[in-house]
Design a protein around this ligand. Structure first.
Ligand SMILES: Nc1nc2c(c(=O)[nH]1)N[C@H]1C(S)=C(S)[C@@H](COP(=O)(O)O)O[C@H]1N2
Ligand SMILES: [Mo]
Length: 408
C-alpha cells in the first residue's frame, strides 16, 4: 500500500531523537509494587513505572517500540484518563507532533474507490460528529498471565482503557471517496514506520460491513481533548467492540479494496484458532484453521485492590469493571468460597454498551486469607471461563479473576 504522503517527512524517530522525551520519575524505584504479582518473575523485575512525555507514570514493558500499561490505580473509574491511557506500538519509527501538524492528511484510494481523495483535518471536522464511550483493549492484554507462558509483550491487566471518542463515522469518511459495490475490505495504515527494513509496515484491514457500522468512528478527540500523541494524534480509528489491533493510530491511509490484505499482520499475527472464541465473521480472512481476532470477549477486573492487600474483615468493598464486545453486561457475581456460591454485585451507571461497566460488592470475611472470585456475564449469555482458553499468542485472556486478600 502506498500513498501520496511522504512518510519519511512525518517521521522523526522521536524515541531516539528525544522529541517525545522520557523522564524517569522517582516512582520507578518503587515500580515493582504496582506490577501484577502473577506476572512471570523476569517481567516483574524489569517492569518499572516511567513517565512518557505528557503521560503519568505507566508500567513500562518495552521502550522501543514503546509498550506501557496502565497501573491498576488509574483504572478505578469507567473512563481512563488520557494521561494514564496505555501505549502500544509495533514499530519504533514514531511520528512527532510538529511534523504531523505540518504534513498529516488522510488519503482514501483503492481499486474499489470511486475516486481518490486526500482529506485534511478540516474536511473531517465538517462531517457530522458522533461520540461513543468504548473500551480499547489490546488482544494480548494479560498475556503475561498465560499458562504456559507465550512469546510477546508480557502484558499484565492494564493493556486496556475506556475513553469517550468523538469524530465522524468511518462510513461518512469513506463516502467522500465513494465505496463501490465490489468493495470487500478497508485497508488501514498509520504514520508510524519500521526503523529496520525487515519489519513489515503495520498495515491492517477490516471488513466493509464493520467499517459501515455506526460504532466505527474516525476519532478526532479523546475524552474531550485532542488525542495524545502516544494514542494516535491527530486521528485514530475506533472499532468499538473489536480488539484494539484494528484501532489504527495516526491514521493516514484508507484503501477501499476488492481483495484481502495479505501480509504478516493479517495472515500470521492477530489470528486465533477457528471455533475457539466467539466473534464477528471476517469473511475474506476466515479459514478452517484460523481466523482474525475480532470481538472483545466478556471480561472483568477488580480495580479496588491489588492481590496481597489487607482488608477489614468486618466489612470491605471490592469494586471494578466489566466489559465485552458491546453486547452489554447482564451481571457481575462474586464468590468468596472457591466458586461454590455466587452473589450478585451492584452495577454502576452505564456509559453505553461498549464502555467499561462499573460494579461493586460489600463483603465480610473471617480473619485470614480470603480469595475473591469475580465473574461477568454478557447479555448474550457468554460468561467468563474458570481457566483462560490457551492459545499460542496469549490472546483473549478472560479467566475468572481470583483476588487474594487477607482479612484482619
Ligand atoms: N499506527 C498504529 N496504530 C496502532 C498500533 C500500531 O502499532 N501502530 N497498534 C494497535 C494495537 S495492537 C493496539 S493494542 C492499540 C493500542 O492503542 P493505544 O496505544 O492508544 O493504547 O493501537 C493499535 N493501533
Ligand atoms: Mo494490541
Amino acid at each position: 500500500m502506498t500513498d501520496g504522503i511522504q512518510r519519511r517527512t512525518l517521521l522523526r524517530a522521536s524515541l531516539i531523537g528525544g522529541g517525545m522525551g522520557l523522564g524517569v520519575l522517582p516512582e520507578a524505584l518503587a515500580g515493582g509494587a504496582a506490577v501484577n504479582p502473577a506476572l512471570p518473575l523476569g517481567t516483574r523485575d524489569e517492569a518499572v513505572l516511567e513517565a512518557l512525555h505528557d503521560k503519568k507514570p505507566l508500567i513500562k514493558l518495552s521502550y522501543r517500540p514503546p509498550n506501557y500499561e496502565t497501573p491498576l490505580a488509574a483504572l478505578r473509574g469507567p473512563i481512563t484518563a488520557n494521561d494514564a491511557f496505555f501505549v502500544r506500538y509495533h514499530l519504533a519509527g514514531l511520528p512527532d507532533k510538529a511534523s504531523l501538524d505540518r504534513n498529516w492528511a488522510l488519503t482514501i484510494d483503492g481499486d474499489a474507490a470511486a475516486q481518490k481523495v486526500k482529506l485534511s483535518l478540516a474536511d473531517l471536522q465538517r462531517l457530522p460528529q458522533h461520540e461513543i464511550a468504548a473500551v480499547c483493549q489490546c488482544s494480548g492484554n494479560r498475556r503475561g498471565l498465560s499458562n504456559p507462558h507465550v512469546a510477546g509483550v508480557e502484558w499484565g491487566v492494564g493493556a486496556m482503557g475506556c475513553a469517550v471518542w468523538r469524530g465522524p463515522r468511518l462510513k461518512d469518511v469513506l463516502a467522500l471517496a465513494g465505496v463501490q459495490q465490489e468493495a470487500k475490505e478497508i485497508g488501514l495504515r498509520g504514520a508510524d514506520e519500521a526503523l529496520m527494513d525487515a519489519t513489515p509496515a503495520f498495515i491492517k484491514s477490516m471488513p466493509v460491513d464493520r467499517a459501515f457500522a455506526p460504532s466505527t468512528i474516525v476519532a478526532l478527540s479523546m475524552n474531550g481533548e485532542a488525542l495524545p500523541i502516544w494514542n494516535g494524534y491527530p486521528v485514530r480509528l475506533v472499532v468499538a467492540g473489536w480488539t484494539a489491533t484494528y484501532w489504527l493510530k495516526h491514521l493516514t491511509h484508507l484503501e477501499i479494496r476488492r481483495s484481502k490484505v495479505d501480509n504478516f499482520w493479517m495472515s500470521t499475527a492477530y489470528r486465533v484458532p477457528t471455533g475457539m472464541f466467539p466473534g464477528s465473521a471476517f469473511p475474506t480472512q476466515d479459514n478452517d484453521k484460523t481466523r482474525p481476532i475480532t470481538d472483545i470477549v466478556i471480561n472483568s477486573l477488580a480495580t479496588s485492590h491489588l492481590g496481597g492487600e489487607q482488608v477489614k474483615g468486618a466489612g470491605f468493598t471490592v469494586s471494578g469493571l466489566a466489559w465485552n464486545n458491546g453486547a452489554g453486561i447482564a451481571r457481575v457475581e462474586i464468590s468468596t468460597d472457591d466458586g461454590q456460591n455466587w452473589k450478585t454485585a451492584t452495577l454502576g451507571a452505564s456509559l453505553g454498551d461498549f464502555a467499561f461497566r462499573p460494579w461493586s460488592k460489600s463483603l465480610t470475611a473471617p480473619p485470614g486469607p480470603v480469595t475473591v472470585r469475580i465473574r461477568a456475564t454478557s447479555r448474550d449469555g457468554s460468561i467468563q471461563p474458570e481457566k483462560a482458553i490457551f492459545n499460542g499468542s496469549g490472546y483473549h485472556h478472560n479467566a475468572i479473576q481470583a483476588l487474594s486478600l487477607t482479612a484482619v
